[in-house]
Design a binder for this molecule. Structure first.
Ligand SMILES: [Zn+2]
Length: 289
């Protein structure tokens, strides 16, 4: 049975947007009709504080582990095609330390998907339960080393005890999403209290998820991972170029997810939409905090 996660039933969570490094790409790879000039794509992460579950991360951005995992061939190709920068002060674990949060205090990491730029920091949080969609893990398991590389997945970034620590988002109860998320209808209630709902966003990868939650100020937030790469491109209906689509799991499913996101974003009462690599979103946030 699908339950309704309405306004009254979503406990509020504290939220902070964080950036753990960035990569550069020609703009035309990320959006059709873009320039050849290189532009910066931040690796954004969410830090949530749940009233009972404590500190939760949505993705982890880049880390030094990414450097290690892309040292050998053929993985080195990943670093060559997507050069990344991680200033010392942006290392996520170090940022958290400055906020008084120890690595062991992170109780859960929700992994939107298993691409290297989202999971590179996971090893830094040894006590965290690691949440992902089952299909995402199965897709990684079914592919060869080269196949994973082509799809942007670096299994070496996962900790040795990943199998003991993984929890599948789709094992959680399926619930109706708040009406502001329409046309997205159903999500998974990750903590069983309606506070953080995982929203399937397939296409970019097999089992990509975003999360939706209510901040303390009552604002609804939707972290949409790589379902689009920036708000301007989404609003101009300019999806990724053909080159970027080569790494996608299914281009047709990506299109469908992208279309739904556009409809949601254009609706009245649309949530604060946060794509993982939106430079404008980061700039706006950084300026106002
Ligand atoms: Zn990404």
């Amino acid at each position: 049975m699908v339950e309704r996660a309405g306004r009254m039933t979503m406990p509020r969570v504290e939220f902070r947007l964080m950036k753990a490094g960035h990569c550069t790409h020609p703009e035309c790879v990320a959006q059709r009709g873009g320039r050849w000039a290189s532009v910066m794509f931040p690796a954004l992460c969410g830090l949530l504080r749940h009233p009972q579950r404590g500190w939760i991360l949505f993705d982890t951005g880049y880390s030094s582990h990414f450097q290690d995992a892309t040292q050998p061939f053929p993985e080195r190709l990943y670093r060559w095609t997507t050069p990344f920068t991680l200033p010392r002060e942006e290392v996520l674990a170090a940022q958290l330390q400055r906020l008084g949060i120890a690595p062991g205090d992170i109780t859960h990491v929700v992994m939107s998907h298993l691409h290297g730029d989202h999971i590179a920091g996971v090893r830094d949080f040894p006590a965290a339960r690691l949440i992902a969609m089952r299909a995402e893990v199965q897709a990684m398991d079914a592919r060869s080393r080269f196949g994973n590389l082509v799809h942007g997945t670096l299994p070496a970034l996962l900790p040795a005890d990943f199998r003991q620590r993984v929890a599948y988002a789709d094992d959680a109860a399926q619930v109706a999403l708040p009406p502001e998320l329409a046309p997205f209808e159903h999500g998974f209630d990750l903590f069983g209290d309606g506070s953080v709902l995982a929203v399937p966003l397939p296409g970019h990868s097999r089992g990509q998820i975003g999360i939706v939650f209510r901040k303390e100020c009552d604002r609804l937030v939707f972290m949409s991972a790589d379902a689009c790469w920036g708000l301007a491109a989404l609003r101009a209906d300019r999806g990724p170029g053909w080159l970027a689509r080569r790494i996608f799991d299914r281009s047709d499913r990506y299109e469908e997810t992208f279309r739904r996101l556009r409809r949601m974003d254009a609706g009245s009462g649309a949530p604060w939409l946060i794509p993982s690599h939106c430079a404008q979103t980061w700039k706006d946030y950084d300026e106002t905090r």
